[in-house]
Design a protein around this ligand. Sequence first.
Ligand code: ZN
Length: 113
Amino acid sequence: MHEMSLISSLLDMVEKEAKKKGFKKVKAVWLKAGSLAAVEPEALSFCFDALSAGTILEGAKLELIPEAGVAFCKKCNKEVSILRYGEPCPECKSYGLKIISGSSVFIDKMEVE
Ligand SMILES: [Zn+2]
């Protein structure tokens, strides 16, 4: 499952951060989830609950912040928003957009103790 490996690498990152900065507990995590990352919010929180057990993130609240995908259209010569990979430009309907952002999931902020 795509979400499983995603969450597990996020947990690794947070644990490393915790060691570096010396916090012992994470109370809440806000994740920015790009619409092109193709993650299911339900699957993501399920994996988070399953994998965070016994870590400093156990019981932490997980909040998802959806982020629209941004691509560059050569024909329109500007940035446009898209929801999925392989979608045409919403304005001129041409294909071959260059993805700029929205294809990843990352930690936006954390509340720690
Ligand atoms: Zn266009």
